[in-house]
Design a protein around this ligand. Structure first.
Ligand code: ATP
Ligand code: MG
Length: 262
């Protein structure tokens, strides 16, 4: 029997603070409503880990840094929530020096266990960012409709291209409609990015972070929550399409095998 191989989707942006961790926590929580226990979010921002905080996990007993330093296996660092989302948190107190990391190898055991693995990344292009990117099958790029974030997104597209990792889509976050913003229609038309969702600026997001509950659960009817659920729907449709392609491929291989036997 063929081994299960979950989709590893990484959320990246060269610019910091644009909403990667918020997107990971909410996409994970929204997907868990359908894929209970079959979706995991993973901290790969080793030097400023705060994914756990978004889920109310303040001081986890085991963390991704323990895995990276070879102290435990990745499956021993899994924390669970009562809404079916699994998470590998990081330590908010980490201050050690990082050597080279092979996150792709480390992540292998999760691919056999989960349908979707979502990676939360550090900003910029340091060692940990490339290690995280190399572990991904596809990327989601988080952006805000402001000049520095757009410049960062162009950089992230280039890095993905360099590593030959497809970009599944762009999440445009914190849209206010104010005059200084670059209109989303311009972003789509001029840059031609595969924009999946447009998430508005929404106080409920920050309120959810303070309470340690993703906004899709904290305020399910808030405008941002509605958009994060749309993002989850897009990922679910993508998973179904991938499954159909894999089944077709399998049927072709089996038919070929039967023909050869005859
Ligand atoms: N749509 C939104 N409306 C209001 N606040 C938001 C929204 N999205 C994110 N935020 C807030 O913006 C801040 C930064 O978000 P977040 O930590 O997710 O960014 P990040 O890209 O992960 O940052 P870093 O690069 O430092 O890892 C958080 O306080 C979060 O609550
Ligand atoms: Mg973050």
């Amino acid at each position: 029997m063929r081994q299960k191989r979950g989709l590893t989707l990484g959320v990246f942006s060269a610019k910091g603070g644009v909403g990667k961790t918020t997107a990971v926590a909410n996409l994970g929580a929204a997907l868990a409503q359908k894929l209970k226990g079959r979706v995991i979010i993973v901290e790969t921002n080793m030097t400023a880990s705060n994914l756990g905080l978004h889920l109310g996990i303040l001081d986890p007993p085991v963390v991704i840094q323990d895995v990276v330093f070879g102290r435990i296996k990745i499956t021993e660092a899994i924390a669970t929530t009562d809404y079916g989302l699994h998470v590998i948190p990081g330590s908010v107190a980490f201050t050690e020096e990082l050597g080279s990391i092979d996150l792709r190898g480390i992540m292998e055991d999760l691919r056999k266990k989960y349908d979707v693995i979502i990676i939360d990344s550090a900003p910029g292009f340091g060692l940990e960012v490339f290690a995280g990117m190399k572990a991904c099958d596809e990327l989601l790029i988080c952006c805000q409709p402001r000049v520095p974030a757009i410049a960062g997104t162009l950089q992230t597209f280039r890095a993905a291209d360099h590593l030959k990792i497809p970009v599944f889509g762009v999440v445009l976050n914190r849209i206010t409609g104010k005059r200084f913003e670059i209109p989303t229609s311009d972003i789509k038309r001029t840059l031609g990015w595969p924009t999946l969702v447009e998430i508005p600026e929404d106080d409920m997001v920050e309120e959810g972070v303070t309470r340690g509950v993703p906004v899709v659960l904290h305020a399910p009817n808030s405008p941002a929550a509605v958009e994060y659920r749309k993002l989850a729907q897009a990922v679910l449709a993508h998973l179904r399409a991938r499954k159909r392609v894999a089944q077709r491929r399998k049927r072709k291989v089996t038919k070929r095998g039967i023909r050869r036997k005859r």
